[in-house]
Ligand binder design. Structure first.
Ligand SMILES: [Zn+2]
Length: 342
């Protein structure tokens, strides 16, 4: 199986975010990419550089005003006297009214859900190349490969059509799913990250052609708090095409695999032509976020179980933060999935 990654994806280097109100070092570090690259190589994957795919595949799931914001906000922010080095919002619309602010500060609040997605000079290019890795993996599967892995960093599943959040700017899993739609009439997205894939859910919430399924720590007391509950089922034509499986905190392998089996029932009933796996590794028992307790062998079993679905599959990297086992967890998942043979 091929893996895709571009060096530009390492340039985004966020400094801080607010955790329970206190400034903390931002955990979405460039070093994550190094660890994940090593993990993919250990699983026997070959790493290739994606091509420049332009804005088209990104604009297919994000609004034009949001993409213009991402591209230009850093330069505009620098012209504000006394502004912070990174773009960080300090006001948000509680309910949008349809009006769009002209100021950089107003637009930052409009397009950024929280303080965990600071924008620096390198963010736009890093996020674009991350998305292009997802596009290349999806194109590879469209061309007949049974599976491909996109080492997407920065990650994407908290990014809505016009909102960044939770370390995410461009929703790579949504981009991959939309590319697959060129050939696949129905695409399922299975999100196994510790956190609910709220951005992905938001992008496809009213659509019946892309099923979104997410397993995650129960958001009643965990990020992203306002999304990821079991009663969020989709809307309009998309009603019944979104499925959330919130899990009790510290759930370990057995509970996770049981929930995965429930997710598979829903996915099989949808009869998809292709699958996107939003692969967060932060459900790990030793991840700094400490929300769930999946083990390294557990990731291997998760990979093995997903492979048994037998669907053309694009694996998109989401979360998973710096800890000794980060690379090993990716190796375990990809090996369980049968990465080398595919
Ligand atoms: Zn996560």
């Amino acid at each position: 199986m091929k893996a895709f990654f571009a060096e530009e994806q390492k340039r985004h280097d966020p400094k801080a975010f607010l955790s329970s109100g206190a400034p903390q070092p931002n955990p979405e570090q460039p070093e994550r990419a190094e660890r994940l690259l090593a993990g993919a190589k250990s699983a026997g994957l070959t790493i290739e550089r994606p091509r420049d795919h332009g804005l088209g595949p990104v604009a297919a799931v994000h609004t034009p005003e949001y993409l213009a914001f991402l591209e230009h906000i850093f330069a505009r922010w620098q012209r504000i006297e006394g502004a912070s080095a990174e773009v960080i919002p300090n006001i948000h619309p509680i309910a949008r009214t349809g009006s769009y602010p002209a100021s950089a500060v107003g637009q930052a609040g409009y397009h950024m859900a929280d303080t965990a997605c600071p924008i620096s000079a390198e963010t736009w290019q890093s996020a674009l190349w991350s998305a292009w890795s997802a596009v290349e993996a999806a194109e590879t599967v469209i061309s007949g490969a049974p599976a491909a892995y996109a080492l997407c960093r920065p990650p994407g599943h908290h990014a809505f059509a016009d909102v960044a959040g939770g370390f995410c700017f461009i929703n790579n899993s949504a981009v991959a799913a939309q590319v697959l739609r060129k050939q696949a009439a129905r695409v399922a997205i299975l999100d196994v990250d510790l956190h609910h894939g709220n951005g992905t859910q938001g992008i496809f919430y009213a659509r019946p052609d892309v099923l979104t399924v997410s397993l995650h720590a129960d958001p009643v007391r965990f990020y992203p708090f306002f999304w990821g509950h079991a009663d969020e089922r989709g809307e309009g034509p998309g009603l019944g095409y979104n499925f959330n499986l919130p899990l009790p905190r510290k759930s370990a392998d057995a509970v996770f695999l049981e929930a995965l089996a429930v997710a598979f029932q829903r996915i099989c009933a949808f009869s998809p032509d292709a699958l996107v796996v939003a692969l967060g590794l932060d459900a790990f028992e030793g991840d700094p976020f400490g929300g769930l307790s999946v083990t390294t062998p557990g990731f291997s079993r998760i990979g093995e179980a997903i492979a048994k679905l037998g669907l053309p599959t694009v694996i998109v990297q989401e979360g998973g933060y710096l800890c000794d086992a980060l690379g090993d967890n990716l190796t375990a998942f990809l090996t369980g999935f049968g990465g080398k043979q595919r």
